[in-house]
Ligand binder design. Sequence first.
Ligand code: SF4
Length: 432
Amino acid sequence: LDVSEIEAVTCLGCGCLCDDLTIRVEDGRIVDIGRDCALGKLWFTSLAEEPEGPAAWVDGRVVEVAEALDRAGELLRNSRAPLLFGLTQVSTEAVRAGLALADQIGARVWLDRTQADLGRVAAFSQSGRVSATLGEVRNRADVVVFLGGDPTATHPRHGERYSIDARGRFIAGRQARFVAIVGEPSATASFQPDFLLPCEPENELELLTFARSLVRGGRADPSRFAARTGIEPPAVAQLACGMGAASYGAIFYLCRQESFADAAACWEAVSALVRDLNGLGRRFVLLGIGSAGNLAGAEAALTWQTGYARNVDFRLGAPRPIEEFSTVQEVIERGGVDALVLVGIEGFDSRLETHDVPLVAIAPGASPSNQPAAQVAIATATAGINGAGTVMRSDGVTLPLRPPLRSRRPGVDECLRGLLARISSKDGPINA
Ligand code: SF4
């Protein structure tokens, strides 16, 4: 048996991005991740087997990767309104390569993120944020509030590593923390918070506004709040009291709003609450709970390279933020796209009915069967499993990937750089 163990491997299975895994590989297969996390095991083992066979196709025909890149370059040179979509499940190096390509071909760049994510970006751009690293939360937070989410279900090791049971430099562990959950009633079973307040997504803004009024000593009407939300005002007062008693508090927010406007309003409200708590002489911080993959890295690279965290349009030769918060499918349906490059998007995605738009798919699972509409499909290595690079945690900390397996396939970044090289090497202006 050929056995190896690779230490300090980073997992992209959820927003925790744990970088303390010891991966055991037997005969080229991952058999253990060295930690008790079913989600992490599933992530490593379900993606670990790289299929034998071809890695690139043009019009359904098997070709070499170089030929597929040639054809993709040709499609993009002939395009006047290309759009790059995805980029959140790949390494930060791949995002940078994608942005360089978009700059060269005058494309729009659309990260694969939710309306709630766009609301967060807009709220933070508008009013800033008070934040910290997860290490600081672990070392200092004596009050932790999970707003909107159930970390035990979605982020299995969040409590152990950063927020609930974790021992910090100035915090002895669980018994030294007040832990509250506001939102998902189903979170009670294994979480056992000190305080639980069920709250439906449609009442979240009201609750935040009422809590803020209590923290500021304002005069919000409790009976009106109760009538509108069905939530008992004394429960919110208890929460406000718990937060107000913190030496160092942290709110982890999982925004459940589906529309951009609602999400932006909730993110602004929770940011304002955190600022008010700081105004009381407490140290309070706000963090997103984080998502699987590398959304934070994609947003950071977009901001570093263009100056904007919103989706960006390079069609006029310089980056401009896309102000409209329509969805990518709305843009495609309006006929504003004549070539689509999917980066790191797995399988068929109903959002991307392409209506005969030439399509290039670059992802670990890209293939004619997964992306039947693709003129060009290139299957790549999987970041974190057999693809290298770096990723960023939701608190802005950059982590190296230490892929435990090797791949015969190119990385997404290599494909995008290869595509850029082909387009740049041709004479004449792009999109002329
Ligand atoms: S908690 Fe998340 S990042 Fe950590 S091992 Fe589990 S799935 Fe992976």
